[in-house]
Write a protein that binds this ligand. Structure first.
Ligand code: ZN
Length: 151
């Protein structure tokens, strides 16, 4: 008897991948390789539509941020991103032949002392390549100390 609660099928008909199809995209369930195919297909359409001069389509930024959250591991003390930072907290988006470059504004906490947190405002520039779906940290600048009063 099929145990439909644990055995999951990829939405692509005839998919031979017997591994877990546990990735969701547009409310459908995919195996890893078909997920990447669907995702990359949408990304490349949005990328081609974007003129590289104006702000990129909102959904392009959203998908890139989402991919970071789903596939990258943020390490404490290392440059990192979140879905929200990519989608809403980034600027200076540029388009190269097959990649996007953007700068994310982050406020990593550098220390805490008696109700006060010390942060630095860091502008981190990243590259995201469309054919490999890889993020590369390029540079960081504009660091300056900020003080945040905690409750
Ligand atoms: Zn599949």
């Amino acid at each position: 008897m099929e145990d439909y609660m644990t055995k999951k099928a990829c939405v692509i008909s005839g998919c031979k991948n017997k591994d877990f199809a546990d990735l969701f995209y547009k409310h459908q369930q995919f195996c890893k390789s078909h997920y990447v195919e669907a995702f990359q297909g949408d990304l490349s359409i949005l990328f081609k539509e974007w003129d590289g001069i104006n702000e990129p389509p909102d959904r392009l930024k959203y998908l890139i941020g989402r991919y970071y959250d789903e596939h990258e591991t943020a390490l404490i003390g290392k440059p990192s991103l979140t879905k929200r930072i990519v989608h809403e907290g980034s600027y200076d988006w540029k388009k190269t032949e097959n990649a996007v470059i953007f700068t994310a504004v982050r406020f990593p906490v550098s220390g805490k002392h008696r109700g006060t947190a010390y942060c630095v405002e860091a502008h981190q520039t990243w590259e995201f390549r469309l054919e490999t779906l890889k993020f590369t940290f390029l540079s960081e600048e504009g660091k300056r100390q900020k003080i945040i009063l905690l409750d």
